[in-house]
Design a protein around this ligand. Structure first.
Ligand code: GRF
Length: 196
């Protein structure tokens, strides 16, 4: 499955995908990493694995439209079947989403529809949730919505804090994202979502 990764941060999920693709156990071909942060940890992971990457920062563009167009053109230059948002911290317009309709997935650190948005783990704590988790879903214009592909739950104990939950969620995410990618690949290739 030919994929493009969009990431803004550390890139531990991206690394997991790199390792799996190198192990030959998982049939993915990471064609490109696109990041909107010039200092993001995911860049060195791409460099170390000889994966091509491109930094596309919104501040370098006159407006959001131009910024998104650059990303769209970069993806379209490659022969991409699936776009994977793995820690992508930028909200994209419906124009962008519709450009790759039913071909973008996102990983989010909560059991959606609970705790949407960029503070999902903190909100689980402040709301005294006893359970949280991670979700992978097809991306729709509305933030953190769209058909779910997979979720995994994590119990929160009294001893947990932001750090421990974040760490435990990452471990879960590293399992759930690859499974979700293969599921999404199956859905896309068999046109279950009605697109081609
Ligand atoms: C993940 O927790 C993901 O759910 C969230 O951002 C984090 C990315 O982690 N949207 P990493 O950059 O893959 O380490």
């Amino acid at each position: 499955l030919k994929i493009a990764i969009l990431a803004s941060g550390e890139g531990s999920n991206f690394q997991e995908l790199i390792d799996l693709s190198n192990s030959n156990k998982f049939d993915i071909d990471i064609k490109i990493l696109i990041t909107n942060k010039s200092e993001a940890g995911c860049i060195s992971r791409a460099k170390n694995s000889n994966i091509s990457y491109k930094v596309i920062k919104s501040s370098d563009y006159e407006n959001k439209d131009y910024f998104e167009n650059e990303i769209i053109n970069t993806i379209k230059k490659q022969d991409i079947e699936l776009v994977v948002m793995a820690g992508w911290m930028k909200i994209m317009s419906s124009k962008f989403v519709n450009e790759f309709k039913n071909k973008i997935i996102n990983i989010h650190p909560s059991l959606l529809p609970s705790f949407k948005g960029s503070n999902a783990i903190k909100e689980a704590i402040t709301n005294d949730a006893k359970i949280t988790g991670c979700s992978v879903h097809f991306v729709e214009p509305e933030v953190d919505s769209g058909p779910l592909i997979m979720q995994a739950a994590l119990a929160i104990s009294d001893k947990d804090n932001l750090e421990t939950i974040t760490q435990k969620l990452h471990i879960l995410e590293h399992k759930v994202l690859p499974l979700s990618i293969s599921q999404a690949g199956y859905i896309i290739r068999n046109k279950f979502m009605g697109n081609d």
